[in-house]
Design a protein around this ligand. Structure first.
Ligand SMILES: O=P(O)(O)OC[C@H]1O[C@H](O[C@H]2O[C@H](CO)[C@@H](O)[C@H](O)[C@H]2O)[C@H](O)[C@@H](O)[C@@H]1O
Ligand SMILES: O=c1ccn([C@@H]2O[C@H](COP(=O)(O)OP(=O)(O)O)[C@@H](O)[C@H]2O)c(=O)[nH]1
Length: 458
């Protein structure tokens, strides 16, 4: 078997203390590499100031070698906080209104990709398979090819890919499309993202789809496919069973005093639809006064990308909104919303998911959303909760047992909440069983193996 080299901006080096992981990509890649072993290269998350970063820091943990690089402060600002998270992220989440395009940051983005290529190249042997992840590193294959590399190189996009008219709003869309076209295999989360990509190539006259999933563009033939990322379903379910005895989960159960728990878990990100969700919860209580005091809504929202202005502004907006709603609908003996701004470790999270009668996952747009899958995996088969899920999350393409909502429709989400808390046991079990069977079969290993089988197929 060829050696696997994974490259992603975010790398999660295990600290063996159960520390919370930094989002779904890190969680999934850790699980995928643990099985097969290989090298995982990426950013350390640290800045070297304006000094040239030290050579790669290599760490061995089990069968995984981690290769981390620092970035200069200018690189962090232009590449990560700038072009990746103020242009590509909003554009790919259909938020043209939030995209802040600056030529300097675009130059920094391409410069850091070249820097990654130069640091990675000495590690690569001729038989290695290279798998690049996410929007931070789109130009990496083109850079490696320029250096003469002949290896198979695949790319997986963890976030949505929007339709041509949205992509075209980005001044450097042609360079980005050319970068994507340099890979041997492009993986998207859903069939919709793949269709959008094919539409972009066609609209721009940049390339053609010769047959389903086989493209030709910029003089290069490559393949594209939809590969829904999964979780470690069986392991996560086992986690959740054990978590009931965790003291923190025990305290949480005691503190809700027999009320139904509605749970939201998201990085503090405008794509997650948290403000619309709080509105929907308020509407649910206003329309269903019988549920006053009978539910508690716990929203766990670790801060994310705080140096990016749009994220900083959100911190104030959500905290203020949660406070306002608690003031408006709370009573002397009932606090309707518990809003937490800290990251919770996954073993505890698993226990909280299992405790929750409703998993409320309502992003305005999301590549996949692993929280939705973890919520399902954590349920008690004898008394499962209900997943209320945005139709705009990638997860909604496959989790047919969820109550699907349009997160922009506050009344619709409020009605779904009412339906979820009142759902009879038999319907909950039927809905859950179908989703759990799907997740057991399509776990993170299945995702990894199908992608790599396609990447290595000639
Ligand atoms: O690395 P950060 O800037 O702290 O952000 C965390 C991650 O957010 C995004 O996650 C995406 O990947 C998940 C797994 O495929 C998917 O379920 C989710 O819908 C996506 O939003 C981002 O794409 C990652 O690169 C970040 O590491
Ligand atoms: O306090 C928290 C909040 C989230 N997560 C994990 O972060 C990931 C979030 O992934 P998702 O795909 O839902 O969204 P992303 O943050 O990657 O956009 C999931 O595995 C969560 O279990 C966590 O460990 N602690």
């Amino acid at each position: 078997m060829s050696r696997l080299i994974i490259v992603s901006n975010r790398v999660s080096v295990p600290d063996h203390k159960g520390a919370a992981a930094a989002g779904g990509l890190a969680v999934a890649l850790q699980a995928a590499l643990a099985e097969r072993g290989g090298i995982w290269m990426g950013w350390s998350g640290k800045s070297s100031g304006e000094a040239e970063p030290e050579p790669l820091e290599m760490t061995q943990d089990g069968n995984i070698t981690y290769a981390l690089t620092d970035l200069t402060q200018t690189d962090v600002e232009e590449y990560y906080q700038g072009f990746a998270n103020r242009v590509l992220w909003p554009i790919c989440h259909y938020r043209l209104d939030l995209a802040e395009y600056a030529r300097k940051e675009m130059t920094g983005y391409f410069r850091v990709n070249r820097f990654f290529a130069h640091r990675l190249a000495p590690l690569i042997e001729p038989d290695d398979i290279i798998w690049v992840h996410d929007y931070h590193l789109i130009p990496l294959a083109a850079e490696l090819r320029q250096m003469g590399l002949k290896n198979r190189i695949g790319f997986f996009l963890h976030i949505p890919w929007p339709p041509a008219d949205v992509v075209r709003a980005m001044p450097v869309h042609e360079e980005i499309m050319r970068g994507l076209s340099s890979y041997d295999l492009l993986g998207f989360q859903t069939d919709h993202d793949l269709e959008n990509f094919a539409g972009c190539l066609k609209r721009e006259g940049m390339g053609i789809e010769k047959s389903p999933g086989h493209f030709s563009a910029h003089g290069h033939d490559f393949r594209g496919g939809a590969y829904s990322i999964g979780i470690e379903t069986a392991a996560f379910a086992a986690f959740a069973r054990k978590a009931a005895s965790h003291s923190m989960v025990h305290k949480a159960r005691k503190s809700i005093e027999g009320r139904d728990l509605i749970l939201g878990v998201d990085r503090l990100d405008y794509s997650k639809g948290i403000t619309q969700r709080i509105d929907a919860f308020e509407r649910f209580i206003t329309n269903n006064p019988a549920h006053q005091r009978s539910v508690t809504y716990l929203q766990i929202t670790p801060k994310s990308r705080s140096e990016v202005p749009e994220y900083e502004a959100m911190q104030h907006a959500v905290a203020e909104q949660a406070g306002r709603v608690n003031g408006a609908i709370g009573t002397v003996d009932w606090v309707p919303i518990r809003y937490i701004n800290r990251s919770i470790s996954r073993p505890i999270l698993a226990g909280l998911y299992r405790l929750a009668k409703v998993g409320l996952v309502t992003p305005l747009r999301d590549g996949m959303n692993l929280v939705a899958k973890e919520y399902v995996a954590a349920q008690d088969p004898d008394d499962p909760g209900v997943l209320v899920l945005s139709q705009f999350a990638g997860a909604a393409r496959k989790l047919h047992g969820a109550l699907l909502v349009n997160p922009y429709d506050v009344d619709g989400t409020a009605n779904a909440l009412a339906r979820a808390v009142n759902m009879p046991l038999q319907e909950r079990q039927e809905r859950w069983r179908g989703m759990m069977d799907y997740l057991l079969e399509h776990d993170v290993l299945h995702w990894c193996e199908t992608f790599l089988a396609d990447l290595t197929a000639k």
